[in-house]
Ligand binder design. Sequence first.
Ligand code: NAG
Ligand code: NAG
Length: 219
Amino acid sequence: MRVTAFNFVLLLFGALYRLPGVFAVNLTPDNWDEVTSGKSVFVKFFASWCGHCKKMKPAWDELMKAHESNPYYVIGDVECSANDTMQAFCKKYGVKGYPTLFYGDPSGTLEKYAGKRDLDSLQLFVQTNLKPLCSAANQDVCTTEQKELLQAYKQMSDNELEQKIKQVSEELTASEQDYTATKKRMEEEYLAFQTERTTSLSLMKSVLKANNGSGKEEL
Ligand SMILES: *[C@@H]1O[C@H](CO)[C@@H](O)[C@H](O)[C@H]1NC(C)=O
Ligand SMILES: *[C@@H]1O[C@H](CO)[C@@H](O)[C@H](O)[C@H]1NC(C)=O
């Protein structure tokens, strides 16, 4: 092949795009369920402008690449600073600072990783802490109860499963909304009670003080 200037530029771009650090598993609200289904996760929530995030990026990118096709867990990135949708998504996961590294079972509560951020420490953590999860494809690690559920779900048709999935998702959303509303109401009741009692207390004390020991004695 004759290497013209144009071809050379193409080759250069090709090489650049293969540099380590370009590969990433980008998680968003749209692909989260599909990508993480049945797998443990180790996720870096980050903002593009954050210095500590930039510093750990090479090690993290390397880690994502090394475990790219692991059947049991997903190592990915969530860019909280991309837009409002992403920011809300990160808030939902309780992300308060950047970077925040969470790991665990995505259908439960994720735990915060507080270890070192160099590649060796991250690798060791992945090897020792990311556990395969119970799923239809990986029943070895399932509890008896989970196996029974899997058996029951296998009896259902895809159509029935899809309807059931829809129903249970809606129940979860409703329960979440219910919880939020109840929490809000309780907070309001609590604040009203506190304000009322604090005011009473302060007024009673002021009367006692103003009486100066010369107030009404016992009846
Ligand atoms: C927000 O950013 C994410 C991640 O880059 C992207 O997938 C999504 O389409 C964006 N959404 C909007 C509304 O721009
Ligand atoms: C309150 O008590 C103090 C000390 O017993 C006394 O000196 C003062 O005059 C009293 N004040 C009033 C308003 O009774």
